[in-house]
Each structure stands twice: as C-alpha cells, then as structure tokens.
Design a protein around this ligand. Structure first.
Ligand SMILES: Nc1ncnc2c1ncn2[C@@H]1O[C@H](COP(=O)(O)OP(=O)(O)O)[C@@H](O)[C@H]1O
Ligand SMILES: Nc1ccn([C@@H]2O[C@H](COP(=O)(O)O)[C@@H](O)[C@H]2O)c(=O)n1
Length: 204
C-alpha cells in the first residue's frame, strides 16, 4: 500500500485537491482517510464546552487510533473509520467501513505534526495557500456550513487557529516532498500527483 499524506492549513484546499486527485482514478484502488474522523471523543462535554475546544492543537486528535487504523489497513485488514459531526463538534456513533486499497490518502491539518504518523507516509504533500486566502475561505465555510457567526469565526481565527497554525502546522512544511501552491486551482500539480499514483496502480 502506498500511503500519501496531504497536510496544510485550514482552507488551503486539501479536500479539494484530494477530490481532484481521486477524480478519474478507479474507486476501489484509492481510499481516503480524513484526520477530522479522528478528533477525540468529547461525549463527556456539553455542546457549549465542545464548541470552546481547541480543535487546532495536536492533542485534539486521537493519533493512536489513526496509527492503529493505518497499520491495520497496511496489513490488509479493513477498519471502521469514525464519522465526525462539525455541527455537534463530536464523533457520531456512525462509522464507515474502509477497506485496504493500493493507495491510501490521509489528509488533515496536523497529520505531519505527529512523528509516528509522519513516518507512515511514503509521500508527504503540503498544500499552501496564503493566510488571507485561507481566512476568506474559512469564514465563508464556518458561517455558511458549520453554524458559526462572523464575529465568532474571526475571534477563533485570531486566538486559536492562527497561533496553532504558526506553531504546529506551518513548521511541518519542511517535511514535505511536494508543496502544492493553491491560491489558484493548480491542475498541473494535481496531474503530477495523479500520474505518480497511476504508476503505482500499474505495478503488479
Ligand atoms: N484553489 C482554490 N481557489 C479558490 N477556492 C478554493 C481553492 N481550493 C479550494 N477552494 C475552496 O476553499 C474552500 C476550502 O477548501 P477545502 O478543500 O475544503 O480546504 P481544506 O480541506 O484544506 O480546509 C472550499 O470552499 C473550496 O471550494
Ligand atoms: N468541531 C470542529 C472541529 C474542527 N474544526 C476546524 O476544522 C479545521 C480543520 O479542518 P479543515 O477542513 O479546515 O482542514 C480546524 O482548523 C478546526 O478549527 C471546527 O471548526 N469545528
């Protein structure tokens, strides 16, 4: 199994890049795991407390479970990937069966910040977009899709998201084999990654 890690700050376009990469590739050969599925279970907290949680710090992620799942997939076993609710700020009681595939893409802001997870990646990609571009995308998404108002989103960006990005996410760019500039849609970079995957799929 070829494991590709795709990191980058919030709103840089990780999900979009992943979708562009897997578009046109055979479904059964490429799987995707999102770091969001591995946020810690916060069922012991009220919704109000969960909404005040720092979701941009590495401690908010259950990396042990992610490592366990990647190891299982690598050894040919299926896993049950948790399903996360951004509105509830918690894992749901649902899971999605995820089967081993020739290529597995793991995407998330903090996936390269954890040394054990980082070691599991055969190819490490960092998607870059400027912070003003990411903030605009983030505001639109939080207000339109994730139940936050403008003031809450801007306050969160200044007090949590930006400091965590500077401390934990941006420094992981140095581990990347490939950096994809994504202020604008980057079809050339996506084609390059897709051709690496196609080469791998053509083997054996
Ligand atoms: N290159 C781009 N140019 C303009 N908008 C983009 C670009 N890439 C992504 N977006 C938009 O920005 C938002 C965040 O993108 P997304 O892929 O969800 O980022 P991430 O997964 O890194 O948080 C989405 O609305 C998406 O459509
Ligand atoms: N309940 C939550 C959990 C996380 N977030 C934010 O998601 C961001 C990471 O996801 P991306 O798709 O943007 O990479 C991260 O910055 C968290 O602040 C949230 O808003 N609510």
């Amino acid at each position: 199994m070829l494991i590709i890690g795709i990191a980058g700050g919030t709103g840089c376009g990780k999900t979009t890049v992943v979708n562009q990469i897997i578009n046109e590739l055979p479904n059964q050969e490429v799987g995707v795991i999102s770091q969001d599925s591995y946020y810690n279970d916060l069922s012991h907290l009220t919704l109000e407390e969960r909404r005040r949680t720092n979701f941009d710090h590495p401690n908010s992620i259950d990396f042990k479970l992610l490592e366990h799942h990647l190891t299982a997939l690598k050894s040919g076993k299926s896993i049950e990937q948790p399903v996360y609710s951004f509105l509830e700020c918690n894992r749901t009681d649902k899971t999605v069966p995820t089967h081993p595939t020739k290529v597995m893409i793991v995407e998330g802001i903090l996936i390269m910040a954890n040394p054990e997870i980082r070691k599991m990646f055969d190819i490490k990609i960092f998607v870059h977009a400027d912070s003003d571009e990411r903030l605009i995308r983030r505001v639109k998404r939080d207000v339109n899709e994730r139940g936050w108002n403008l003031d809450e989103t801007l306050e969160k960006y200044q007090t949590v998201i930006k400091p965590m990005h500077d401390q934990f996410i941006e420094p992981t760019k140095e581990y990347a084999d490939i950096i994809i500039p994504n202020n604008k849609y980057n079809t050339v970079a996506v084609d390059i990654v897709r051709s690496i995957i196609n080469e791998r799929l053509a083997e054996n």
